[in-house]
Structure formats: C-alpha cells, structure tokens
Write a protein that binds this ligand. Structure first.
Ligand SMILES: [Zn+2]
Length: 316
C-alpha cells in the first residue's frame, strides 16, 4: 500500500504495508509475510497498536488479508511485543529465553509502565530544551510522539507469552517455500531471533540490524552481537534486509552495524583509559561518522552503559 493506503503492491512473498505517514511509522517494522500456498501470514509486532489495527483493516478492505496465523517475537523489548494482543488468534513463536523473559515479566503493570514512560518523556523534553542541532531535534520530536502514543495505549496492552519455542532453529515448511526462524544467542538483547526466507534471500532481522539508526546496546552483549552478525554474513545469502528500525535495505547494513559496534567499543575503551570524566565524554556528542543516523539521542545511553560496564570490568 502507498502512504495513503490506496494501492496495493503485493510481492511474491511479502508485502510492505505503509498505510501511515512516514513520520509515524519510521523506525517500526512494516512487514507482513504472506505464504500464498498456505494462505498464512507472518507478521512482526510493534508498539503502534492503532497503526497495526488500521494496517490490518486496510489489508482486509483490499481483500488480501486472510489469517495472520503466526507471529514471531524476535526479542522481548517493548517496541517489539507491545502489539501482541492485537493477534490473539495467532500462534506466537520465540526463543525459549524470550518466552521465559516475557512470562517472568507477568501481567502489564499499567501504573508502573505509565510512570516509566512519563519519566522518559520528561527526560526527552529536558534533553530537547538543551539541544540545538536540527537533526537531533527532529529525532527527539519523533521519539516524543511515539512515547506519547505508547503512554495512551498502555491501558489496552496485554502480555502474550509465545507458545511455540525453539533454541536455535525452527523451520516452517510451506508447499512453495520455507521460512527459517533462527537464533544465534543474544547480542542486542538477551536472546535475539531473526527470520530468514532462503528462497527470497530475505532476512527479517529484528534489532540485530537497523538501517542508519543508532543501535541500542544497553543490557545486550556488543561482542557477541558482532560475532552473530559475522556469522549471519557467513552462513546466510542475504539480498534484502528488513531491519528492526529504519528502511528496508540490503546486506550492506550488516557491515554498517558491525562497524558501528566495533568503533563504539574502541571509542569507549579509549574514553575509559583517558582519565577524563564521563560528563566530558558525553559532551562530545554522537560518535563521528554517525551524526546523521536516526535516534542520535540514544548514543548517550549506549555510551554511559558501556563506559560504566568497562569501568566495573577494569576494577575487578
Ligand atoms: Zn530491541
């Protein structure tokens, strides 16, 4: 569908569905995979609940939505599971780890989640008031609109725990094509999965790969992340990447993320041994070469997390 949700482009295996203005949807996965032979849909959940509902409505009106039978949660982060309750008729698939994490999180605590989202909104507003760079201001405004939409949606969120789990590989065999759900462990989060469509050389990457968007590193394992990406490069033939954030692209985005992670690790190591304070380094802004990427405000978060992790490591 185009931006107005009028026309339909149906690709052989998957359809890009962009029924909303780019500024609303940018940064969110926008993909439905259609297995014609099985008449089944595979979809990636995200936070924009109303967007999903409208997306499904539009697809239905255009007469090509049958049943979304399987939903893959690539990892446990809110922006990838908060839409789960929109697919109550679907079966959910994730790694065992991700299932356990979601199950341990228990029911959605509406008050707590709203408090935390409000804290994030307040802190984004604070950062915004001190920022002058037009690109960063635009990105913060986008982030704020997402967080406000989330805040309003919180009372309607329900935790859904996946019922189909796997360790490292799950193959869904249709009569015409095969879909592989794969996990090489955790890098971006404690456990990350990707979906690979070998016949189309297409990789739906979750947050392991983003397009020109600062990858979120806290509580992941950047060293393992690099190893995972190098293994994907070695093992899988990939022409098309559907990233967790940013535009659909090609395999060059894998190299981008590896380079970003390697350079960030090197930069933060240098900062740790420099003897200069954390605040000195935070004032230096986004790592050189990545200033034009989306979500530059999250570079600070990456820096602080890695800087303090390395300090702890060095003091052992
Ligand atoms: Zn994530």
């Amino acid at each position: 569908m185009d931006e107005k949700g009028n026309s339909v482009k149906q690709y052989d295996v998957y359809s890009l569905v962009t029924a909303f203005p780019d500024e609303l949807l940018s940064g969110y996965p926008k993909v439905l995979i259609h297995d014609e032979s099985e008449d089944q849909w595979y979809m990636f959940s995200n936070v924009a609940e109303d967007s999903i509902r409208q997306m499904i409505d539009t697809a239905e009106k255009n007469g090509f939505l049958k049943v979304i039978s399987k939903v893959v949660n690539t990892h446990f982060h809110g922006d990838h599971v908060n839409g789960n309750q929109e697919f109550m008729k679907s079966e959910f698939i994730s790694t065992v780890w991700t299932r356990d994490l979601l199950s341990d999180m228990g029911e959605v605590n509406i008050d707590l989640m709203q408090q935390n989202t409000q804290k994030l909104i307040t802190s984004l507003n604070h950062v915004r008031s001190q920022e002058r760079d037009p690109h960063i201001l635009t990105e913060i405004d986008y982030d704020l609109s997402v967080q406000r939409t989330l805040y309003d949606a919180i009372p309607s969120l329900r935790r859904v725990t996946p019922t189909i789990t796997f360790e490292d590989k799950l193959v869904i065999q249709g009569t015409k094509r095969t879909i592989e759900v794969l996990s090489y462990g955790g890098g971006h989060s404690l456990s990350d999965a990707v979906v690979y469509v070998p016949g189309e050389q297409t990789l739906i990457a979750g947050d392991l790969i983003s397009t020109k968007t600062i990858p979120v590193m806290p509580y992941g394992n950047p060293y393992a992340w690099i190893r995972i990406l190098k293994r994907i490069q070695k093992d899988l033939k990939v022409n098309t990447i559907v990233p967790g954030h940013g535009d659909v692209s090609n395999s060059d985005r894998i190299t981008d993320v590896i380079r970003f992670l390697e350079e960030t690790i090197a930069y933060v190591s240098k900062a740790v041994t420099s003897g200069k304070s954390e605040s000195y380094w935070l004032e230096q802004g986004v790592l050189k070469g990545y200033e034009d990427w989306h979500l530059p405000q999250y570079f600070r978060w990456n820096f602080r997390w890695l800087f303090n992790s390395m300090l702890v490591q060095n003091n052992r």
